[in-house]
Design a protein around this ligand. Structure first.
Ligand code: PEP
Length: 250
């Protein structure tokens, strides 16, 4: 059975104690008034997890992290483990965001390890896949996202039913250039087929779209049969925009 859609904000490296408080209070107030039909989360920078956790308390807003270590513990300076995130009530962790793949050299196998580490602590990994513009123009979109997802499928075993996938074409992230609903649906359908070949529960795995989703284009993207929500960067930093996207979800 299909779950309700998931709208997850990715704040990236933005925020401050004051700005977070204003943003989260506005989102929580908006959710309380409207009774969102979808699930809603915000993935925040690690230092703010405790703050945002307490701001979310008693609301429908769930907490997410933007990354997780593939290691359990030890001499990994700067890393944050899944066990640590679990202690802070984190429900979701983004893994394999294109900015991590691009700027931190994360390979498919590192991303797969991170997904497995999150699942081991009851945290839902939001596994990002997506092609660059050069890859799209070379006709490689399907093979790139298939390869990225295959690494995770191989690593997580039975945990596959508990992951979330986010299709984020790299050329659409932060650029204001969005995939058309048809372009996105085509890739989502291919990802769904790949999941179906691996698990009987594929239809329950949410496949989010991410890449310049905003208040104006959310409804047409979220109406596609294989788009189960959105991963929202820039627009998640403005409460009215984020709430409008949430209102477009079901
Ligand atoms: C993202 O970073 O995951 C993202 C989708 O960003 P934006 O919405 O700003 O394109």
């Amino acid at each position: 059975m299909k779950k309700s859609q998931l709208i997850a904000g990715n704040w990236k490296m933005n925020g401050s104690l004051a700005a977070n408080e204003a943003l989260v209070r506005a989102v929580v107030a908006g959710l309380a008034g409207g009774g969102a039909a979808c699930r809603v989360a915000v993935c925040v920078p690690s230092p703010y997890l405790a703050q945002v956790r307490s701001l979310c308390e008693g609301s429908a807003l769930e907490l997410g992290a933007q990354d997780v270590s593939r290691h359990g513990q030890g001499a990994y300076t700067g890393e944050v483990s899944a066990a640590m995130l679990e202690e802070f009530g984190v429900r979701y962790a983004i893994v394999g965001h294109s900015e991590r793949r691009q700027y931190h050299g994360e390979s498919d196998s590192v991303v797969a390890d991170k997904a497995r580490a999150a699942l081991a602590h009851g945290i839902t990994p939001i596994v990002c896949v997506g092609e660059t513009l050069a890859e799209r123009e070379a006709g490689q979109t399907a093979s790139v996202v298939r390869r990225q997802l295959a690494a995770v499928i191989d690593a997580v075993g039975d945990g596959l039913a508990r992951i979330v996938v986010a299709y984020e074409p790299v050329w659409a992230i932060g650029t204001g250039r969005t995939a058309t609903p048809e372009q996105a649906q085509q890739v989502h359908a291919a990802l769904r087929a790949q999941l179906r070949a691996a698990t009987a529960q594929a239809d329950g795995v949410a496949i989010l779209y991410g890449g310049s989703m905003n208040a104006a284009n959310a409804a047409s993207l979220l109406a596609q049969p294989d788009i189960d929500g959105g991963l929202i960067g820039g627009a998640s930093l403005k409460a009215p925009d984020f709430l409008q996207i949430i209102a477009a979800a079901h």
